[in-house]
Design a protein around this ligand. Structure first.
Ligand code: NAP
Length: 291
């Protein structure tokens, strides 16, 4: 009997790449098909349904996204096509072949006014185009496939790809002093931990396909820190000498508005799927040691 197929998009991105690093742990139970833009272009609406119908996956994990937060302000149509229209088509097609759709979303759907960890049930109010495009992707996925699972994550980093940790390591090794924003609070997510968490979800659903899950879950590492504190920890772990100065967001203007509080409550994913939520600093340490 063929093994259930898991399709994973965004294979060259941070999260997609991490799945390719752990797939061998699951190769007795599942087949994997990893795609990038050349294999499956999420801008090409017509090709999405045909691709899914051709491969008949049991699970579809959408790690691909338009993630250029500032550029999205001027590329609104592209951001919405990739982050909202594509998930809609994937969700609908998955529903038609009884494939479990797992889609990744973001803390940027929230406006940061709450000042206590956001629950998956809290009201959303994105502050920028990227957040609005991801919010619409969530809504359309659930409307078109009530079995959809949306996992919101935040401040993602990985040994692979571009991210805050790698940018900081580079800047700190080149400069004597850098400035980092101290009034935006959130929680980092090691993409390797998130990939593990999603595989826990897949395993649970594969063992119990009648399991009643919610539509929206939150996953980040534990913690509640500013970008400045994150940078300080990177400096400390990597043993670098650069001076890190805390600055207010107002001193570092960006084209897109950012929330100043985006900590998420991760208890639902831990309770429903037994997912372990790792400490942010330990996870950071393990990523830096992989570089
Ligand atoms: N990074 C974060 O801090 C963060 C925070 C919260 C939530 N998230 C969410 O987490 C998920 C994973 O993010 P990530 O950090 O792994 O993102 P990433 O590193 O930017 O990877 C995204 C991937 O999507 C691919 N992609 C873009 N447009 C595509 C298209 N038209 N067709 C097919 N593939 C396309 C990109 O390919 P190219 O390289 O060819 O463009 C890239 O490989 C996303 O849903 C993101 O919104 C990320």
């Amino acid at each position: 009997m063929p093994k259930p197929l898991i399709i994973i998009t965004g294979k060259d991105g941070q999260l997609g790449f991490e799945f390719s690093q752990i797939k061998n742990q699951y190769s007795n139970q599942f087949d994997f098909l990893f795609t990038n833009r050349n294999d499956l272009d999420l801008m090409n609406e017509a090709s999405i349904e045909a691709f899914i119908q051709q491969h008949q996956p049991k699970y579809f994990i959408n790690c691909a996204a338009y993630t250029a937060v500032d550029k999205a302000e001027i590329e609104k149509d592209i951001a919405f096509a990739i982050n909202a229209t594509a998930p809609l088509i994937i969700a609908k097609t998955c529903a038609s072949i009884n494939c479990q759709f797992i889609h990744i979303s973001t803390d940027y759907v929230f406006d940061g006014e709450k000042k206590a960890p956001y629950l998956p049930t809290d009201e959303i109010n994105p502050l920028n185009v990227y957040g609005a495009s991801k919010a619409l992707g969530e809504k359309l996925s659930i409307e078109n496939n009530p079995q959809s699972i949306i996992i919101r994550t935040s401040w993602v980093y990985s040994a692979h790809g571009k991210n805050f940790v790698k940018t900081m390591l580079k800047l700190m090794s080149e400069r004597d002093e850098i400035n980092v924003v101290e009034d935006q609070i959130g929680c980092p997510t090691n993409a390797a931990d998130l990939a593990d968490a999603i595989m826990q979800i897949v395993l649970k659903l594969n063992n119990d396909n009648a399991f009643k899950h919610s539509n929206i879950y939150h996953y980040s590492n534990t913690g509640n820190i500013s970008w400045f504190q994150f940078a300080q920890a990177i400096k400390e772990i990597a043993n670098l000498n650069c001076k890190v100065n805390p600055i207010p967001s107002a001193a570092y203007p960006t084209p897109s508005k950012r929330s100043n509080y985006s900590v998420m409550d991760t208890s639902y994913i831990a309770d429903d799927f037994g997912v372990e939520i790792k400490d942010w600093k330990e996870s950071l340490q393990s990523m830096i040691s992989r570089l």
